[in-house]
Design a protein around this ligand. Structure first.
Ligand SMILES: Cc1cc2nc3c(=O)[nH]c(=O)nc-3n(C[C@H](O)[C@H](O)[C@H](O)COP(=O)(O)OP(=O)(O)OC[C@H]3O[C@@H](n4cnc5c(N)ncnc54)[C@H](O)[C@@H]3O)c2cc1C
Length: 378
């Protein structure tokens, strides 16, 4: 019998486990996660287009929020866009996995000390072997990749009265611009519950949780009296340049999720790729370590090539504009019609979309924009 070991029960590993448990019950599974529950502490969001209907089945059984439209606000542009938005919380992934997996199919609270293409060794010394090991332990060091950072602190508040936010606010950049491109993100989880995040596209990965937490509290206080019911934070890579091969160097390990470079380079959203990879995995007849390594390594390389345009936009965002003026790049982008915005988020831009994104009066000084377009490593 084939045996698959999944190292890490986060987003990528959790979705692979769900897809395999449903579609390939004949395959033995062991998911090893260091936390006491699956998925950590995140709110994972995605636009309707990001997950095509033929792959939606991977998310079946995971409780999700859905909104038919979303809003953006900039100093000179405000728009409500008829592009649906969805969110899944870690607790929902945890609940779905506990329902779908049998007790012998997962090990929680177990830290992995070492991995090989076919095994994991736990910190206590126990070795678990299989036909293939999927390394889904979140981002590795990303050495050799040139990065900026998307960092944020988010708090979910329960208000005493209805907060009045009806649709997700994906970017509200009307706030003071500090430490790069800054915006507030709001997700109305119910009439009285609202997730508010203070987000920065910054050249520095340093996150001052206390300061950002206070700024989020100020946004909440302007809405009304509220209690904090959850908090999350993130420092996510925004790739400007480099080669995905550097993430796949060394031992031939199957790397999925952020570890394998499977994310949208501008937003760092990895849920759409995690869904696609889980669906692809469950279709494979040959689940040997060699076959899966060849499949996912070449897929990572192809997606990386296809997404070079996003790295170019990131260079414009980080280098072409003065940090306090970076918001203009996004404000300019948001003049475009909803289908182009949708294809941007789902990494499905056409050649004509790319021309449209770059056309019009440049929102940044032309000399610096050209330098950013031409530049590779700084
Ligand atoms: C707060 C936050 C919000 C985000 N929001 C979004 C969003 O809205 N949409 C989106 O698409 N993306 C979002 N992202 C980005 C990205 O999609 C997530 O980081 C996503 O969880 C990455 O998936 P992953 O499977 O690669 O890593 P993770 O989900 O982090 O999973 C890695 C797992 O491996 C486990 N692990 C690590 N080391 C070991 C070890 N030695 N032994 C055992 N277990 C180990 C970890 O505990 C963890 O559970 C967000 C990220 C953060 C941090």
């Amino acid at each position: 019998m084939t045996r698959l070991i999944i190292a890490g029960g986060g987003l990528a590993g959790g979705l692979c486990a769900l897809a395999m448990a449903r579609k390939r019950p004949e395959v033995e599974l062991v998911v090893v996660e260091q936390g006491e529950r699956f998925g950590g502490n995140h709110t994972w969001s995605f636009f309707d287009n990001d997950v095509p209907t033929d792959r939606r089945g991977v998310l079946d059984g995971i409780e999700a929020h859905h909104w038919p439209e979303h809003t953006v606000r900039f100093p000179h542009r405000r728009r409500t866009i008829a592009l649906g938005y969805n969110s899944i919380r870690s607790a929902a992934l945890d609940a779905a996995l506990r329902r779908a997996l049998r007790l012998e199919q997962y090990r929680l609270g177990q830290r992995i000390a070492e991995v090989t293409p076919r095994s994991v060794t736990l910190e206590g010394g126990e070795r678990i072997e299989g036909d293939a090991m999927l390394d889904t332990r979140g981002p590795g060091p990303m050495l050799g990749i040139e990065l900026g950072w998307q960092k944020f602190v988010g708090r979910t508040y329960r208000f005493q009265k209805a907060h009045g936010v009806s649709a997700p606010v994906i970017m509200d950049a009307t706030v003071e611009q500090i430490d790069g491109y800054r915006f507030i993100y709001q997700l109305p989880l119910s009439d009285t519950e609202l997730l508010i995040e203070d987000t920065y596209y910054s050249a520095s990965p340093l996150l001052d949780e206390a300061v950002l937490g206070e700024r989020v509290d100020q946004v909440a206080a302007a809405i009304g009296a509220a209690d904090i019911i959850e908090e999350e934070k993130g420092v996510l890579p925004v790739v400007m340049d480099g080669d995905v091969e550097t993430l796949w160097k060394g031992e031939p390990l199957v790397r999925l999720g952020l570890r394998g470079g499977f994310f949208q380079p501008t937003t760092s959203y990895s849920l759409p790729d995690a869904v696609a990879n889980a669906a692809l995995l469950a279709e494979q007849r040959d689940l040997s370590a060699e076959a899966l390594f060849a499949l996912f390594r070449s897929r990572a390389a192809r997606l990386w090539r296809e997404r070079s345009f996003f790295r170019l936009l990131n260079r414009m965002l980080f280098r072409a504009a003065e940090p306090a003026e970076s918001y203009r790049v996004l404000e300019h982008f948001y003049r475009l019609p909803p289908p182009v915005i949708g294809r941007f988020y789902s990494s499905g831009l056409t050649a004509f979309d790319k021309v449209r994104i770059l056309s019009g009066r440049p929102p940044v000084p032309i000399g610096r924009a050209l330098a950013a377009l031409r530049s590779k490593a700084a």
